[in-house]
Structure formats: structure tokens, C-alpha cells
Design a protein around this ligand. Structure first.
Ligand SMILES: [Mg+2]
Length: 186
């Protein structure tokens, strides 16, 4: 079963320059929950890998982050979707845990947990650190134009390979589900 890992801010919900610091500031992007539900119903494992240094910096309690993720999970479950796991890194530095993106820690953890080989694992993100993390984890990557996506595309690093770009999460999921050999080994 393929594994699709999603970045959160700028992919599922509106990115905010000062981070999302409360459930009230958490705004789901149009079509995002429906896109997750489509992946679930088509037999994919779906997870989230999100940097949340806002917690590590003491600007938001961990309980509020959990509340946001409980709300998001509920919205997705209402329409038949499911997050297998939400990986959130509250570290403010990459070292010593190597989980904070652009380090690949959370992605490798997910690939181990879901027993998902690299070619059956896709990370969808909007920022350069997402693409770098996917590159370092050795899994596949897809850039969305929402959030920091346009900026990331403009400064695309050649060592990441050819960019696969979609307008938003909904378009990305349509692309995955409508490409018959999408999950064939490259
Ligand atoms: Mg992001």
C-alpha cells in the first residue's frame, strides 16, 4: 500500500508568516480534506510530517497543537479519510534529533512505521526544506504551488531532480489517482 506523507502548513492549511498559533488561526485550504479522503479510499496510507518549532519556542502549548490535529483528523474522518499518523517535530534545531526538516528523520520514521519502500513513498510539500528532506530520505517528492510553493519552484535545486509540480493538494491527488502507472518503480 503506497504511503503519502503531507507537509501541513501551506499544503493542508493556509501558511501564516507568524506560524499557526491556535486552532482559531487554523484555516484548511479548499479541497484539502476531500483530497485526503480520496487517497484513503483509493487504498493509500496518509501521514503528516510537520515542523512545529512554534511549540519548542514556547509560543504555543503542545495541547493546542494536539487540539488542532484532533480537529483536522475529525474533519477528514467525517468524509471517510484517515491520517495513519501525524508526525510533528517541535524541535527548534535540526540537531541532535535529526527530525526537524530539512533533516529526513520524520520521513524515515514514517517509512519504517508503515513498512513503505522509498519508491512507494511520496512526500508532498511546499517548502525547500520539504524537498530537501524527501531527497535525503530517498523517497519521491511532489511540490504544490500553495504556501511557499512558487518561491520554492523559483529556487529549485538541481540535486532534487526534475520537479513534479501541482497547483494544490487536490490537484496533486487527482494527478496521483489519474496516472495509471504512478506507483510503478521508476
Ligand atoms: Mg509548509
Amino acid at each position: 500500500m503506497p504511503l503519502v506523507i503531507l507537509d501541513r502548513d501551506g499544503v493542508i492549511n493556509r501558511d501564516r508568516p507568524d506560524s499557526v498559533r491556535s486552532l482559531a488561526a487554523f484555516e484548511i485550504l479548499p479541497g484539502a480534506c476531500e483530497a485526503v479522503a480520496k487517497l484513503t479510499k483509493a487504498g493509500h496510507n496518509v501521514a503528516i510530517a510537520t515542523n512545529q518549532a512554534v511549540v519548542g519556542r514556547g509560543e504555543m502549548p503542545r495541547e493546542e497543537l494536539d487540539r488542532i490535529h484532533a480537529y483536522l483528523s475529525m474533519e477528514v474522518e467525517k468524509i471517510g479519510g484517515k491520517f495513519g499518523h501525524i508526525y510533528a517535530c517541535t524541535d527548534t534545531q535540526v540537531e541532535p534529533n535529526n527530525r526537524r526538516k530539512p533533516a529526513p528523520g520524520m520521513l524515515l520514521e514514517a517509512m519504517t512505521d508503515f513498512k513503505s519502500p522509498a519508491h512507494l513513498t511520496l512526500f508532498i510539500g511546499d517548502a525547500d526544506r520539504d524537498m530537501e528532506a524527501a531527497h535525503r530520505a530517498g523517497c519521491r517528492k511532489l511540490l504544490v504551488r500553495t504556501g511557499k510553493g512558487e518561491k520554492t519552484l523559483a529556487s529549485w535545486q538541481s540535486h532534487w531532480g526534475e520537479p513534479l509540480v501541482c497547483d494544490d493538494l487536490a490537484a496533486a491527488v487527482s494527478h496521483i489517482l489519474q496516472t495509471p502507472d504512478f506507483w510503478s518503480a521508476p
